[in-house]
Write a new protein. Structure first.
Length: 415
């Protein structure tokens, strides 16, 4: 027997009406929820894990990448900057002192005490910080709940219910069973583009190399932390695998993808083997304190948007800009992100956030990280709230009206 036939009657999960349903409670999804709720929408986050934050928490990627351009100018503001400070609200950080003063510009940032340079990207003196992951996820949940946003954990997205090119809601499954949530606007914050994929949208598949992140310590690190009163010395952010440069001997011999369960399984098992091999090289005074609970995949699927973020558009003016983001890996390019990168060419009411937005080539690596993911989240949440308010679809909203709302919320639209 090659297949079975299921006969399912899927009940409504609740009588509660939601304006916006967000699939995925990672950085982009959380910020989208906050933006939408602050503009009066009733919002639900559906999260497959038991905590918010995605790669920032479960993934052990505890570096909030720079929101400045590396030349001393703050580029990404709004809720993104709010979230950076939320990440360190209840625990340690190494945010450079000068960036903690509410300034928009820092002279000679490379001479600012704080962050160090890493082997494969230089963030010394930039507006960035290491954060404590449990403190960040709990702070996120506290904020989300205080804003009246509903969250349902331990719940898997299964499918969409479509009426032509309009999504009427999503089917999910959890311990209670299978159920349906209605929403006027759906935001895909899954990181994998699963909502778009189930809606029949063609997507571009990304390549990945093996990396797994963890936090580690040993007696020497503990002594250094006590001596310097710097917790980041005692709880070291580490990892095994291949770094971002992918040059010379650092080129990963194997490419990974994240578009099927089999591909993700392969990545997870190989990353666990690499982590165990690392542990075996350490002494008895060593401890791996925590290990990534989700795959550290970078680029899985992305949509082909109505507009795209393109390498050749670095530093260029974009009339439909929803905010600015800079290459966090060094003193590099800065981009005005177009609204159309959140929209598929056919589907009317599903918006993309985070690493699935339409970013081409090297800009995919820029947009997939926290500043880009959260920037697109704020724009998507605001656009969705505007569409709900006006009773239209996100592709019919007034771009100037959206930009006015974003500017009022402290988003920098143009360079």
């Amino acid at each position: 027997m090659d297949n079975i036939t299921e006969k399912l009657v899927t009940p409504l999960a609740t009588d509660k009406e939601y304006d916006i349903v967000i699939v995925g409670g990672g950085p982009g999804g959380v910020v989208a929820a906050l933006a939408a709720a602050r503009h009066g929408s009733k919002v639900l986050i559906i999260e497959k894990a038991e905590m918010l934050g995605g790669l920032a928490t479960l993934g052990m990627v505890c570096l909030f990448e720079p929101i400045c351009d590396g030349r001393g100018r703050k580029i990404t503001k709004g809720i993104v900057e709010e979230m950076l400070h939320l990440s360190i609200k209840y625990s340690y950080s190494n945010l450079p002192y000068t960036w903690n003063q509410g300034v928009d510009y820092v002279k000679e940032p490379e001479n600012t005490p704080g962050l160090k340079s890493y082997p494969y990207f230089n963030i010394k003196g930039r507006y960035a910080t290491i954060f404590n992951m449990p403190a960040f996820t709990l702070a996120m949940e506290e904020l989300v709940l205080s804003e009246g946003i509903d969250v349902i954990y331990d719940t898997r997205f299964c499918d969409v219910v479509m009426d032509g090119n309009v999504c009427k809601g999503v089917i999910v499954e959890n311990l209670t069973g299978r159920s349906f949530y209605r929403g006027k606007i759906i935001i895909d914050g899954s990181g994998y583009g699963v909502v778009f994929s189930r809606a029949g949208v063609k997507m571009e598949k990304g390549e990945n190399f093996l990396t797994t992140c963890f936090v580690e310590t040993d007696f020497k690190s503990m002594e250094e932390a006590i001596k310097t009163e710097d917790m980041t010395c005692g709880l070291r952010w580490g990892g095994v695998g291949y770094n971002l440069l992918q040059e010379g001997s650092n080129i990963s011999p194997k490419k990974y993808y994240g578009t099927t369960t089999e591909e993700i399984n392969e990545y997870v098992i190989d990353s666990h083997k690499a982590a165990l091999a690392h542990i075996k090289t350490q002494g008895k005074d060593y401890a791996m304190v925590s290990l990534a609970g989700i795959a550290n995949l970078r680029k899985c699927n992305r949509i082909f948007g109505r507009e795209s973020v393109l390498e050749e558009n670095a530093f260029a003016f974009n009339e439909s800009s929803i905010g600015c983001v800079s290459d966090w890996r060094g003193i590099g390019s800065t981009y005005e992100v177009p609204y159309g990168c959140l929209l598929d060419t056919k589907i009317k009411n599903i918006l993309a956030v985070g690493r699935i937005v339409s970013a081409v080539g090297d800009t995919w690596d820029v947009l997939r990280c926290y500043p880009g993911a959260m920037l697109t989240g704020q724009a998507a949440g605001t656009a969705a709230a505007l569409a709900v308010r006006d009773g239209i679809s996100p592709d019919d909203i007034s771009i100037p009206a959206l930009q006015k709302m974003l500017e009022a919320d402290n988003v920098m639209l143009h360079l």
